[in-house]
Design a protein. Structure first.
Length: 275
């Protein structure tokens, strides 16, 4: 049996009781280590679970997943995912691969940023499509996600922006020369995301619904003891310091008075122009 087990967003103890029982009884335990991070590392997880954990990086999951999927045909394999197993398309692909070769699987759900973002007080049913904002390079500056943000704003809906994570990435030169040299981990901040969005708005000659005055909410380390939330305009978000990763950014649509009251617990002086 292949078990995809959600770990939640905080530390080792956020795993569900059912998930912990599966981990303790599994023949092998893998930890997916590139779509998100916890407050604790592999050693803390191993100590709490009482199990050795095999770290599965992007290359392993995307290119060698068949090995542990096939192992799950005759043994119990636990694949641990920060957040919820279906919070990333990678894990959907694992289920499809297991189904294709006839390997049984079960999913143990947990909290993800997709629902925990409600901690900022914006109602989950008022969110539209979620977008991902990637790191730009000198030669690659995608902006297609703006269309979804614009569509959400037109309907008065909030947009959760998931910010890029780069873990165990190689430069183009090292990839071409097949050198196993990896760049330091990088995690996009709310400030970087806001800066890129402002650049897109400026490039469209300010003809977008999204403007520098649009109300936004920056959330950092959701589910962690030092969780931080701040609301301000998109322009102000460029200088809004939320500390260590992980960060997410919410573009606020039409705001209800109760949502505004909740946001003012974190940012008392906000004056929304969105709704």
């Amino acid at each position: 049996m292949l078990y995809l087990v959600g770990l939640g967003l905080g530390d080792a103890k956020d795993i569900t009781v059912r998930g912990l029982e599966i981990v303790k009884a599994a023949d092998q335990v893998y930890l997916e280590a590139y779509t998100s991070i916890l407050t604790v590392g592999q050693e803390a997880l191993e100590s709490f679970y009482g199990r050795e954990i095999i770290v599965a990086d992007r290359e392993f999951v995307e290119q060698k997943a068949e090995s542990f999927i096939e192992s799950a045909r005759n043994s119990n394999i636990a694949f641990l995912v920060v957040g919820d197993p279906f919070g990333a398309t990678t894990h959907t692909d694992l289920v499809l691969r297991a189904k294709e070769v006839g390997v049984p699987f079960q999913v143990v759900h947990n909290t993800s940023i997709l629902n925990a973002v409600g901690c900022c007080g914006l109602q989950l049913y008022s969110f539209g499509e979620t977008v991902s904002i990637p790191f730009w390079t000198e030669t690659w500056k995608p902006d297609s996600f703006l269309e979804k943000i614009e569509g959400n704003l037109e309907r008065g809906l909030h947009t959760l922006c998931l910010l890029d994570i780069k873990v165990k990435e190689q430069t183009v030169e090292n990839m071409m020369k097949n050198r196993p040299i990896f760049e330091p981990p990088r995690f996009m901040s709310n400030q970087q995301a806001a800066k890129q969005l402002i650049e897109i708005v400026n490039s469209r000659n300010h003809t977008t619904r999204l403007t520098g005055e649009t109300l936004c909410v920056g959330v950092a380390r959701v589910g962690w003891p030092d969780q931080k939330i701040s609301a301000c305009t998109l322009q102000e978000m460029i200088t809004c310091e939320l500390g260590q990763p992980l960060h997410s950014l919410v573009i606020v649509g039409k705001i209800h008075p109760l949502e505004l009251d909740f946001l003012r617990m974190f940012s008392p002086d906000i004056v929304p122009l969105n709704g």
